[in-house]
Design a protein around this ligand. Structure first.
Ligand SMILES: N[C@@H](CCC(=O)N[C@@H](CS)C(=O)NCC(=O)O)C(=O)O
Length: 204
């Protein structure tokens, strides 16, 4: 199978899970200027991640890809321990990351897509950062003194959270109030699968 990605984008979460399940795969970096050009033939939404399966099936949408990858190796329990309630908890937090937290980065990466004018864009960014701080506080509480985001077991939610924290750090957001998240970030950074995915994407 082939994962289409942009280095460091949300596709890094899927890349880490590929490492964790040890599935044979190829990584194809989509040149940014082709996302809304040639790549539209692959994914009409012009977004990564996209996963091309060996039978030609294309899977898009991060949660669908993470779910598919987790199902390839159920014994790794990356989407819960097999019970409905455990699966719901992993889905709950992964959905929060994907649908709520991730989208608040969009104004920071591409404010001109949302509003015109420097003042309006600066204002939008300030509001987005305020919302992210509230959401990071929720995530910080959820991790507590534990190691993983959900149920003391590593899951597909963890690489997603790692990617979002990596973005926040890259933007020099003040994360000093979120000690549990900072501990989580360092722990994830020392993981062999995370390191392998970062190296393969030419990130340090
Ligand atoms: N809802 C999509 C969102 C994917 C998404 O926002 N991908 C970003 C990278 S993190 C992207 O490809 N953006 C390109 C663009 O919007 O031009 C998913 O969950 O897969």
């Amino acid at each position: 199978m082939k994962l289409y990605c942009l280095p460091g984008a949300c596709s890094l979460a899927d890349h880490i899970v590929l490492q964790w399940i040890g599935a044979p795969h190829q990584i194809e970096v989509v040149p940014r200027d082709q996302l809304h050009g040639e790549f539209l033939k692959v994914n009409p939404a012009g977004a990564v991640p996209a996963l091309l399966l060996d039978d030609g099936t294309l899977v898009t949408q991060n949660i669908a890809i993470l779910d598919y990858l987790a199902q390839l190796k159920p014994e790794a329990k990356l989407f819960g321990d097999g019970t409905a309630v455990s699966r719901a908890q992993v889905l709950r937090w992964t959905a929060f990351l994907n649908a709520d937290v991730h989208k608040n980065f969009s104004p920071l990466f591409s404010a001109p897509r949302f509003v015109d004018g420097e003042d309006a864009q600066a204002n939008l960014k300030t509001k987005a950062i305020e919302r992210l701080q509230t959401q990071f506080a929720i995530l910080n509480t959820q991790i507590g003194s534990g190691t993983w985001l959900v149920d003391d077991r590593r899951s597909v939610a963890d690489p997603y959270l790692y990617v979002l924290l990596r973005w926040a750090r890259g933007m020099k957001m003040d994360l000093s109030a979120h000690a549990n998240l900072n501990r989580f970030f360092d722990h994830m950074g020392s993981d062999a699968g995370v390191k392998a995915a970062l190296t393969a994407e030419n990130l340090s």
